[in-house]
Design a protein around this ligand. Structure first.
Ligand SMILES: [Fe+2]
Length: 296
């Protein structure tokens, strides 16, 4: 019988009621993964790699190969860490699940990426509402091999520690930036738009939807615009934001955000599906199938 993650409580956040787990770092219980666990990893890995060739950014695919992840079995964190430390100085730490925000930011600021140790069940192959090992490891970890992107993640962690001290509105602005870049970002390559966001690369349905559906907007990256934009946690995104390069992302985080937060506090938030006259529009969504209730 496999260990169960230690869930502490549910807390109310801007994302609704979310589970918060014990915050300690845990040793990955690799020997306790069952054949079914390894098989879930294999199925998801093979399926996503097939979907992602030609859809994920070149940087993501190259980084994933360089890490030595394979579909054969769930990777050992210690094996991946040896490679990552050499490449960018990042390491994976095992955790029970979603962390309180400040703990999460502090880990990123110190180049530690928390990865949930447990993997979804076979019944949850197509959808799970909270991050598991597959989302964290397959989705987030590869780009930590990329020097520019990994610097962005650290800068985000430092920004998170600051925003946490400033207040709830600043934190919400910053969370939206994470959502629309790290989780659901697209990047422009010479041969077209590609995916780099972890929430997309770990989802077969959204990997296809974000690039090929007419429904969502695809809009050029704009830091302050993104910080004002609401989002969906229960459906595909209504809008995806497109960067030109990871350098653009990194440069956008260089200014001190404190005056930006103060300015944005005077402005209304933007509904997830809205297109503004000032947007760089790559595709204006038809809005087909969009939920009509309010965005987060
Ligand atoms: Fe994530």
């Amino acid at each position: 019988m496999k260990n169960q993650p230690r869930r502490v409580e549910n807390v109310q956040t801007d994302k609704g009621s979310v589970p918060v787990y014990a915050t300690g770092i845990v040793e990955q219980p690799w020997d306790e993964y069952t054949a079914a666990d390894h098989d879930v990893w294999r199925q998801l890995y093979e399926r996503q790699r097939e979907v992602l060739i030609g859809r994920a950014s070149d940087e993501f695919l190259v980084a994933q190969d360089a890490m030595g992840m394979t579909p054969d079995r769930i990777p050992r964190f210690s094996d991946l860490n040896a490679i990552m430390r050499d490449a960018t100085g990042w390491e994976i730490i095992g955790v029970e699940g979603l962390l309180p925000e400040l703990d999460f930011f502090d880990h990123l600021a110190n180049r530690r990426f928390p990865v949930t140790w447990w993997i979804r069940t076979p019944e949850q192959i197509d959808y799970i509402s909270e991050p598991d090992l597959f989302h964290d490891l397959f989705g987030h970890v590869p780009l930590l091999m990329n020097p520019m992107f990994s610097d962005y993640m650290q800068a985000y962690g430092r920004g998170g520690v600051k925003a946490h001290a400033i207040g709830a509105d600043a934190l919400q602005n910053l969370t939206r930036l994470y959502w629309y870049t790290v989780e659901f970002g697209l990047i422009r390559q010479p041969d077209g738009l590609r995916i780099y966001g972890s929430g997309i690369v770990s989802s077969k349905g959204e990997s296809i939807h974000c690039l090929e559906s007419d429904a969502p907007n695809r809009i050029g990256f704009d830091l302050e615009r993104i910080m004002r934009t609401r989002y969906r946690i229960d459906s595909y995104q209504k809008t995806y934001f497109v960067i030109d390069s990871f350098q653009q992302l990194m440069e956008a985080t260089e200014p001190d955000f404190t005056p930006i937060y103060a300015r944005l506090a005077q402005m209304d938030s933007i509904p997830a599906g809205t297109v503004l006259p000032t947007d760089t529009v790559y595709h204006r969504g038809t809005g087909e199938g969009w939920p009509s209730d309010a965005d987060v």
